[in-house]
Structure formats: C-alpha cells, structure tokens
Design a protein around this ligand. Structure first.
Ligand code: UDP
Length: 382
C-alpha cells in the first residue's frame, strides 16, 4: 500500500516505521521545518545546552516494550524528575511529600503521623467520589495545600476554575507520606543523552520511508494514497467547519545566565500573582554534562489562537460536545485514521503516544490483511 502520514512526531514516526517494516511505502509530511513535533530538542547555539524547544519532556513509563523501543533508538541516561515549587515566599518540594508537609505545617511528623494529620485535619473526607480537579485536591490534601500548590498554578495553566477541570489532571501527580520526591511513579525514567530529535530520526530511518518537511496537508495530496494517518489537529482536518477545539498554548521567555540560575531543572510557581507557571533551566536535564553558561525559559500559558501552536487540549464540557461531533465526521470518513495528541485531542505523555502508535499500526495491518476496512480511530477518544 501507499501510505501518507501527516506529522513527523512520535505518532507518525512510529506508525510509519511499523508499516514500512511490513513492506508498505510510507511518505511522511510535516508542516514544520523539523521532525519530532513538540518533543523536538536541539543544542542551544549560545550555551551548547540541549534545549527542549517546546518545553520540558522527561521520559517515564511502566511499559517495558515502549522503554525497550526508545532505548533501541538512542542511548538514555538515568534521570529522576525532581520539581520544586515557590509559594508565598518559600520553596517546597514537589510532588507533595513528607518534606513538603512537614515544612508547610512547620512540623516533624513521621509518615504515619503525617497521613493521620492530613486525613483527620486537612482532607475533606466528605467528598467520596472526586470528579473535579478541585474535589480531588480537597479530598486528598485539603484546602491549605491545595491553595498553596494547585489552585493558582492550575488557574494560570488552564485559564479556568479548577472546579471545571476533571480530576484526571491532578491524578497525574502522586501525594506521598515519605521523603520520596520523584515526580513520577513509573518503573522506568530517563533522559536521552542527545535529546529526543535523534530518537525520531532513527525511527524514521528506513528505506520505505520518505520525509518531507515544510509541507502542508491537502485533500488533493491524500488522493494519491491508499490510506492517510493524520496526527495533525482533528478539527483542522475538517477545516474547522464545526468550530475550533480549544487548546492552551505556551509562550516562552528566555533568560540567559552566567552560572546556575535556580539550582534545579524545574521550579513551579504556585502563586496566581506570578504570571508564569514555571521556569525550566535546561542544563539540569543533562546532569552528566558540564556547562558554565545557562539558559532558562519562563513558561506562560494562554488560550491558543488560530496561529499559535496547540499544546494542551482543554476538554471541558463545551469542547467535548464539539469533539463528539468531529468524531462523527471522522467516523464517516474513508481512508483516514486519526492518531496522537492532536489527532485524538487528548493530553498524552510520550510513552502512551508510542504505545498507542504501535498498537494502531498493528491493528491496521491486521485489518487490511483480513480485508476489513481500516478504522478512523484505534483508541477511545471521548
Ligand atoms: N499542577 C499544579 N501545580 C504544580 C504542578 C502541577 O497545580 O505545581 C497541576 C496543573 O493543573 C497541571 C497538572 O497538575 O496541569 C499536571 O501537572 P504536570 O506537571 O503533569 O503537567 P505538565 O508537565 O504535563 O504540564
């Protein structure tokens, strides 16, 4: 088959590779001038620091197949994401752990005492089924910690009330009653030695794959192919005919510094009065490298306009209603499968993106070999 893949990020590259290995001819296009989508990394010219151009990406997964897959394409170094948060004039450890709790409440509790204290004196245990972000926080850490670390940050990040957001967003973060300050709870965690771009480059390196950059998608182009995998925005594929699905976009403000600017890779800012959500000092993502000069980026979140880069899908009630209509359009379309963060309008981590791309490619291959029509989606989207 002749396959067109729109988007040279992880979704497009992994699907392309699986199909190329099965003997299909794969053309991948991307409207940007580089591969790797929002995972793109490059060395900063001024400092030689590896910069994550679209914000920090730390690889973490429980999926052994995915971990082996990325390690087969590049060398990883062990890296543990440890995040700090500045709130009302003090610096704390995130995710909320025993150090955060003891420092915040000026106590010296042990794990059992801290858990008892949070449950009995802080948490709102009347909330039995937390549905919203706010409920989830009030239920598990209570008002004081919620206000210091989550309320302001989340309002800045999402531009809405935390009571409007789903609990799933906060469930990304653990709460611990010990001193483990690892931001993630996954079995595998690491950082690619030369960044993410070489992983995608290696995945794309197959004789049946061609890649064309600076190339927009058009229906005319699609007509030359037997099937299209579309990892661009779902609403964009349909020319936004039902309206635009809402995204948050990010603006980055560069800080150049001689030495060590903040002493850690990621410093979050919980206070609403501080206009940015976090500052990332990229040289700390490669602790095995030595750099005198430093480059940091302040991250500002805002509503995504027509010419901005979409980052986080908002998925509130309004967006989900529109999404349901786009899903109907997609399901009525022939010869196209929607994939990835933008194609399925979901908040996806890299490991999930890769796992889904692998299973999508495999199911597609099974469908065509058994004479079934390929599906518009191989994952649950709503
Ligand atoms: N969050 C927060 N305070 C923090 C860090 C995170 O309130 O200091 C909330 C915020 O709503 C964010 C969500 O938790 O969108 C998930 O955080 P994560 O660090 O996973 O976000 P990402 O790195 O994907 O932007």
């Amino acid at each position: 088959m002749n396959i067109l893949i729109v988007g040279a990020g992880f979704s497009g590259a992994v699907i392309g590779r699986e199909l190329a290995e099965a003997g299909h001819k794969v053309d991948i296009i991307d409207s940007r001038e580089h591969i790797a989508g929002n995972c793109y990394t490059e060395r900063d010219k001024k400092t030689n620091v590896m910069v994550h151009s679209y914000g920090p990406h730390i690889f973490h997964t429980d999926n052994e197949e995915v971990w082996n897959y990325v390690n087969a394409h590049t060398e990883f170094m062990p890296y543990t994401n440890r995040v700090k948060s500045t709130s009302k004039g003090s610096v704390y450890s995130l995710p909320i752990n025993l150090h955060t709790i003891n420092q915040f409440f000026n106590k010296t509790m042990n794990p059992e005492e801290a858990e008892k204290f949070i449950i009995e004196e802080q948490a709102d245990t009347s909330i039995t089924e937390p549905l919203t972000f706010e409920d989830q926080a009030m239920r598990f850490v209570g008002k004081d910690l919620y206000e210091a670390f989550f309320e302001g940050y989340t309002k800045k990040q999402w531009g809405c009330e935390p009571s409007e957001l789903p609990a799933s967003i906060l469930k990304r973060l653990p709460v611990r009653f010990n001193y483990n300050d690892n931001y993630f709870f996954h079995k595998y965690q690491g950082m690619p030695v030369e960044g993410y771009t070489p992983i995608v480059l290696s995945i794309l390196d197959h004789e049946n794959i061609t890649v064309t950059l600076n190339q927009d998608f058009s229906q005319d182009l699609a007509e030359h192919y037997d099937h299209v995998f579309f990892s661009g925005p779902l609403d964009g594929y349909f020319n936004y005919q039902l309206g635009r699905l809402g995204y948050r976009t990010l603006d980055f403000e560069r800080i150049d510094y001689e030495g060590d600017y903040q002493g850690c890779a990621v410093m979050n800012y919980g206070d609403l009065e501080v206009p940015y959500t976090r500052i990332a000092e990229h040289k700390h993502f490669t602790p095995w490298e030595q750099h005198e000069k430093s480059v940091c980026f302040k991250e500002f979140s805002r509503s995504c306009g027509e010419n901005d880069i979409p980052y986080y899908p908002i998925r509130l009630v309004k967006e989900k209603e529109m999404l349901a209509k786009y899903i109907k359009l997609a399901e009525a379309s022939q010869k196209v499968t929607f994939v990835g963060r933008l194609g399925t309008y979901r908040y996806l981590d890299m490991d999930v993106t890769i796992a889904e791309a692998l299973s999508t490619a495999r199911e597609f291959l099974k469908d065509i070999s058994t004479g079934n029509n390929p599906k518009s989606f191989y994952v649950e989207v709503l």
